[in-house]
Design a protein around this ligand. Structure first.
Ligand code: AVI
Length: 319
């Protein structure tokens, strides 16, 4: 009866209500706990990732740039004329920009979950390429791939660089490639893929001397606090990156430095010292394994190019 006078009565429900909150809650209560790597990419996380790509230890970006530089014309010949280039996970748009000279797209559609970060990159691009039509889309394309209907599928070249496909588990990677193929029948896909190599090269790329990757991983907890209303303290956790050779993937985890209880509206979870939250996988492929994945997704006309050390490959395929 006195509900109107109780300041707590109309407080938001303590149960998680958004889809993201549900997803986070389920992952945190799972055993072992996990958080989807998309939570790495708030505005600060996206900036940290851009910084990571400049680290001496993080070879993928430089290897891929070398491939585009040395084989750009060959790649463009394989693809043929490009009307619309759809950039999946565009970030700062720098990778696509490197291909503009050889691919000469008329329309560029960068898609990224971090819409603010994308907007500032697009503002810069518009100044440098006044004749290029640019349609930025802020979207979590891991969920759905809705594109403007006025772009005919055969005019679509999907650009999926940086080995981001490697951040999906095998089933999800296959599903994503199938979804892309359905969206570009008669068009194509240009995709960057990181290759299997010795642990001595792989692990420092994900655990660098400047600890930027540690900051990138830990920042996910601050992002999660904002979304879920949890009370993660970054100081309670340390960054772990290791190569799981059986599953051909780098794994990133956050490991409790001491016993920690994390709470959020409606729930709590206790973590013992040393207990981990799995935050990311980054799969590494051999060229035959990735060719096979593309074929299973329905692509053909598959060709690939590699850097001089054979650490990274770029695949072109027809849908
Ligand atoms: C975006 N993605 C391809 C990066 C990778 O290498 O898996 C993300 C990353 N995680 C740690 N460092 C970089």
């Amino acid at each position: 009866l006195l509900a109107g006078a109780d300041p707590h009565f109309l407080a938001p429900s303590p149960q998680p209500h958004s889809a993201e909150q549900h997803e986070l809650r389920d992952g945190l209560l799972d055993d072992p706990a996990h958080i989807d790597p998309k939570f790495l990419y708030d505005a600060l996380g996206s900036s940290l990732f851009t910084a990571i790509t400049q680290l001496p230890e993080y070879y993928p970006t430089r290897c891929e740039a070398e491939i585009f530089e040395r084989h750009g014309q060959d790649i463009a010949r394989h693809i043929g004329p490009v009307q619309t280039m759809i950039d999946l996970g565009a970030g700062d748009c720098a990778k696509a920009e490197r291909m503009f000279a050889s691919l000469r797209p008329r329309h560029y559609v960068p898609i990224d979950i971090s819409a603010d970060y994308l907007e500032s990159a697009v503002r810069r691009l518009r100044l440098s390429y006044p004749d290029l039509r640019i349609t930025p889309i802020g979207l979590d394309f891991s969920q759905a791939l809705a594109l403007p209907a006025d772009i005919a599928p055969e005019q679509r070249l999907f650009f999926y660089p940086g080995s981001s496909i490697g951040n999906l588990d095998p089933d999800a990677a296959l599903a994503m490639l199938r979804r892309i193929r359905r969206q570009c029948a008669g068009g194509g896909l240009l995709v960057g893929v990181d290759r299997v190599k010795p642990r001595q090269v792989l692990e420092p790329a994900y655990d660098d001397a400047l600890h930027l990757t540690a900051a990138f991983n830990l920042n996910l907890l601050r992002h999660v606090n904002g979304v879920l209303g949890s009370d993660f303290d970054v100081g309670d956790w340390s960054h772990v990156a290791l190569f799981n050779s059986e599953r051909s993937r780098i794994e990133m985890h956050l490991q409790a430095r001491h016993p920690v209880t994390v709470t959020w509206p409606g729930d709590a979870r206790h973590f013992a010292a040393g207990e981990r939250i799995h935050t990311e996988n980054s799969y590494k492929f051999t060229p035959p394994a990735f060719t096979d994945l593309l074929r299973r997704a329905g692509f053909d006309g598959i060709e690939h190019w590699s850097d001089t050390r054979g650490w990274f490959s770029v695949f072109s395929a027809r849908a």
